[in-house]
Design a protein around this ligand. Structure first.
Ligand code: MG
Length: 256
């Protein structure tokens, strides 16, 4: 069921999303060669708690027997890791790396979700292009995130833009509705057909998140049961915001 948020609920969503945004800013400031993803995790957790939120990803159940809940406050996925990377003292960023940080702030009963891929020092031009196109894919998609359009219009725009630029979409994971739950209906794949799926209505809050691979679209999961990597070893990028469907243009809640 797709939930339509009331005015009061939207104000609470705004609060959670603001903390998610501020947390990304704090993480971004700390990105440099020599920093570990564990340190980024601590910065994120401290920022959320200082702003009255908790990291919703910490303790998130895997849903798979024998795989423990997610241990981090953020997902930190480096280079060929696409999503769900586990922060670690042993994962130290170096010049030329990229790191995707996906985080969810939970405040006053609501979730705010956003992801960014950061470049560490100077990266090569093709890696930079991957990061830029992934971000741009989000903005191409939300041009269609308007009252009366279908969710498939958004999915299609993202997928076509990525394809046109020669990269691959991750098909096994997708964006989602968001609100009281981190993951609500509808699922929002990063590819699809125009005119398909639910009709967008004011009050819907959606996490739209292109996940893009430089090379081919195969993925693998590491033995930790969480980390998703590219099969061909090429880099991947991720960009996400929580948006609100309105009477007019969509509002991006996780950018202030
Ligand atoms: Mg996310």
């Amino acid at each position: 069921m797709v939930t339509i948020k009331s005015k009061q609920e939207i104000e609470k969503m705004r609060e959670a999303c603001k903390v998610a945004y501020l947390t990304q800013k704090a993480v971004e400031e700390a990105i440099r060669p020599g920093v570990s993803t564990w340190e980024l995790d601590k910065i994120a957790e401290n920022t959320m708690r200082a702003n009255g939120a908790i990291p919703a990803e910490k303790g998130y159940p895997s849903g798979v027997k024998g795989v423990p809940p997610f241990p981090g406050s953020i997902c930190a996925s480096v280079n060929d890791e696409i999503i769900h990377g586990i922060p670690s003292k042993n994962t130290i960023l170096k010049e030329g790396d990229i790191v995707s940080v996906d985080l969810v702030a939970y405040k006053n009963g609501f979730n705010g979700d956003c992801a960014r891929t950061y470049t560490v020092g100077k990266v090569d031009s093709e890696t930079k292009r991957l990061v830029d196109i992934t971000k741009q894919a989000f903005f191409e998609g939300i041009k269609y995130a308007k009252k009366g359009n279908r969710i498939g219009d958004v999915c299609h725009a993202i997928g076509e833009f990525v394809k046109k630029n020669g990269f691959s979409i991750v098909k096994e994971f997708q964006g989602h509705g968001i609100g009281r739950q981190m993951h609500e209906d509808p699922g929002i794949p990063n590819y699809g057909k125009e005119g398909r799926g639910i009709r967008l209505e004011p009050g819907m809050t959606l996490a739209i998140e292109p996940m893009v691979i430089y090379g081919s679209d195969g993925i693998l999961q590491l033995e930790d049961g969480w980390t998703i990597i590219t099969e061909d070893g090429s880099n991947a990028a991720h960009y996400e915001n929580t948006i609100l469907i309105t009477e007019n243009e969509p509002e991006i809640l996780t950018i202030l």
